[in-house]
Design a protein around this ligand. Sequence first.
Ligand code: G
Ligand code: G
Ligand code: NA
Length: 252
Amino acid sequence: HQKIIAINQAISNNEFVLFYQPKIDMRNKKIIGVEALIRWQHPQEGLLPPADFLPAIEKNTTSILLDKWVIEQAFMQSKKWVVEGINIPISVNLGAQILQNFRLIEFLEEMMYRHPEVSPDLIELEVLESSALKDMKHASLLMKTCEELGFRVSIDDFGTGYSSLEYLKTLPVTYLKIDQSFVRDMLVDTGDLAILKAVIGLAEAFGMQTIAEGVETDKHCEQLIELGCHIGQGYGIAKPMPTEAFEAWLKH
Ligand code: G
Ligand code: G
Ligand code: NA
């Protein structure tokens, strides 16, 4: 409980920051998007990763506050980049609470109204397969409305949540992000390789693109391209970076 209070306080004190991790087309190394990943710049404990604070608020409305903060930051960052001629979509992660217990559409419409310079297709919403699954009917309706507003929607950590394929067929999803556990071991584990192939085939059949998470080596890149997954994200490409470091990375 103490932690939830501290996190609420930290939101008001502006102690959270976003790091940015590029997603590239591995065939030509061109950037196709960037994922915003939250960190807590704690005044005493230093820079804290999400694992240190998200679990405490996962089931609490504070997670909605934090996700709203992230979405608004993404709009503001996008506005700055658009002015500089950087038209790279920013993706944000949505927790289960904001999907289930919040008027997300009204909030997104408010963001569009307050930040008209930002085309909604520059904002991508990453929905965990496991949280979409909790109420597929609701999630699928929500995703459709987001897509109708012009946002991109992707399913995160795909392969870990046993999505109903029936629903997947009808979801307006741009990207399926393949969970890093399958990517990490694809070179040594034939089971993971088989899952990877199946997900890539499924995405193709449904007109979705795949993004491989956790790409750590050139060997992974080569094999993924061969399998038909062209977009990658991972430490082997670039780590999540603060804004200035990301902007410097872009120039190279
Ligand atoms: O950045 P890192 O690799 O430590 O992130 C760990 C996990 O935390 C990621 O899998 C991601 O889903 C989650 N996460 C990171 N940033 C956010 C955020 O802004 N909001 C939510 N809800 N989850 C996030
Ligand atoms: O689940 P999500 O897609 O949000 O994953 C993002 C998380 O994965 C972040 O915590 C990020 O730091 C981490 N991550 C990104 N690339 C790699 C990688 O190549 N290897 C590992 N182990 N973690 C990664
Ligand atoms: Na994500």
